[in-house]
Design a protein around this ligand. Structure first.
Ligand SMILES: [Zn+2]
Length: 138
């Protein structure tokens, strides 16, 4: 009977583990910001720490231009941090009886992620968030 060499399962697994470890060490990713582990790996867009299961994203922004969200006003003009905008329709301020009147000018907006993508401070009302579709760049 010819003898077939069946690889020992455990050994095989260890070998894969070892290869992964080498790959991880050579990948030159940042250490985990939470536990400082150096065995972090990248899963497409997220960095993952296998030791504390922390996931974070600090991918090089220059590598990720396609992911950068462009925020546009009601006319389709691109908005940027620090822009001045005016409100194009009366907007009720949630939880108050205040209304941001159409034509209200808002200076120094800040773009943020989310449903309401503009963070700003409005005179007489205070800090609030607006939707870019209801503003236009001045
Ligand atoms: Zn960690």
């Amino acid at each position: 009977m010819p003898s077939i060499n069946i690889p020992n399962r455990r050994q095989y697994g260890l070998q894969i583990y070892h290869l992964n470890l080498v790959k991880i060490i050579m990948s030159n990713l940042p250490n985990c910001p939470k536990c400082s582990s150096e065995y972090t790996y990248n899963d497409g867009t997220m960095n993952i720490c296998p030791e504390c299961a922390h996931e974070w994203n600090d991918a090089n922004p220059t590598d990720n231009d396609s992911d950068t969200k462009v925020i546009k006003d009601a006319n389709g003009n691109e908005l940027q941090d620090g822009d001045t905008i005016t409100v194009i329709k009366d907007l009720k301020v949630k939880g108050t009886s205040l209304v941001v009147k159409v034509g209200t000018k808002v200076k120094g907006i800040r773009l943020v992620d989310g449903d309401h993508d503009i963070d700003c401070k409005i005179d007489g009302i205070g800090p609030m968030k607006l939707k870019s579709e209801f503003v236009k760049k001045v």
